[in-house]
Design a protein around this ligand. Structure first.
Ligand SMILES: CC(C)(COP(=O)(O)OP(=O)(O)OC[C@H]1O[C@@H](n2cnc3c(N)ncnc32)[C@H](O)[C@@H]1OP(=O)(O)O)[C@@H](O)C(=O)NCCC(=O)NCCS
Length: 297
């Protein structure tokens, strides 16, 4: 069924069709599982994400075309030896016919053999899980997207630890800590959080122990965050909560005591995703929150 399908780089002229396909495909799967609103609640939101990825050269952008029509798209965000995939979407009328497999095979080939490829996948979506699993992606953890909580802002930092807002001068130390704990090379992302968001650091005797980022004001998003231990992360999240109460977060649920603490603060799960990796993987050391953009690190 895919003999007519060709995968090629996305062009600016593809954005409208890709945005409509992304919006419709996500609306349909979320509606069928009673999970509305979807991750892309409007064509505008889908267009904004695609245009950002294409214009900002943040990702390699791919389309599947058949008979001159766009039938799917996906994105590869490379950061050193790690790359994230997504969002992936196939036109509703073409789903289940091999287009998604063709797109994924093209991405895997484009990434090269040494890249650790990561994606998150809605747990209610048995088709996407089956597709990715058959292509060598291994489920490594579960991501809980948490909303609606209210953290105690008076959570004290561990003895001897101070928490303060970050500044431009802190960036090199933040990058070193992030690389050490998470094994990621995401300097461009952290530099952009520094200009577009707010951040706090925890330190002891001048030694950096962790950082947290908050993006947005009306619907604040908290993360990424990484710290040498959970008490330090809790203190950082409390500092962030005093600036951005109720910020949404994404965590790996294998951090069981962190999840318990957040649930006790009233956080509810909006979505569960599986966190799937093809290639090298080691869990982050210390305690972490996942980022929102790119969402797969
Ligand atoms: C998920 C999506 C991208 C997959 O693309 P697609 O073109 O529909 O998928 P394909 O037909 O290429 O592959 C699906 C595979 O899963 C298999 N499959 C589907 N449901 C399955 C199940 N419950 N158990 C086992 N295998 C299953 C199919 O048989 C097929 O495998 P095959 O190639 O060996 O025959 C597409 O369906 C989509 O856009 N969905 C809505 C948006 C979305 O959820 N995006 C992904 C977000 S992570």
């Amino acid at each position: 069924m895919t003999g007519d399908v060709r995968v090629r780089a996305m062009h600016a002229e593809d954005v409208e069709a890709a945005a409509a396909t992304l919006y419709e495909a996500f609306y349909d799967i979320h509606a069928r599982h009673n999970f509305l609103p979807s991750l892309f609640p409007s064509v505008d939101s889908a267009r904004a994400v695609i245009s950002g990825l294409l214009d900002g050269r943040l990702a390699r952008c791919f389309t599947a075309v058949a008979g001159g029509e766009l039938v799917g798209s996906t994105f590869l965000t490379e950061r050193g030896a790690t790359a994230g995939i997504g969002p992936v979407s196939v036109a509703i009328g073409r789903q289940g016919g091999g287009v998604g497999r063709r797109l994924m095979e093209a991405l895997i080939a484009a990434a090269g053999p040494t890249t650790s490829l990561r994606l998150t996948q809605s747990l209610f979506n048995t088709r996407s899980f089956a597709l990715y699993h058959s292509l060598g992606f291994v489920p490594r953890d579960i991501v809980a997207w948490l909303e609606g909580g209210s953290l105690p802002t008076d959570t004290p930092p561990p003895a001897g630890t101070t928490v303060r807002p970050w500044s431009e001068a802190d960036l090199p130390a933040v990058l070193r800590l992030d690389q050490e704990l998470c094994g990621l090379d995401r300097a461009p992302d952290i530099a952009s959080y520094r200009t577009s968001g707010r951040g706090w650091l925890a330190e002891q005797d001048g030694r950096l122990l962790g950082y947290v980022v908050v993006l947005g004001h009306r619907h604040p998003l908290c993360g990424p965050a990484t710290a040498r231990d959970e008490p330090t992360l809790r203190a950082l999240l409390a500092a962030a909560a005093s600036d951005a109460p109720g910020a949404e977060m994404r965590i790996l649920v294998s951090q069981t005591s962190l999840l318990e603490w957040l649930r006790a603060a009233g956080y509810r799960v909006r979505f569960f995703d599986s966190f799937m990796v093809r290639g090298a993987w080691r869990p982050p050391a210390g305690a972490t929150l996942l980022p929102w953009f790119p969402e797969t690190f």
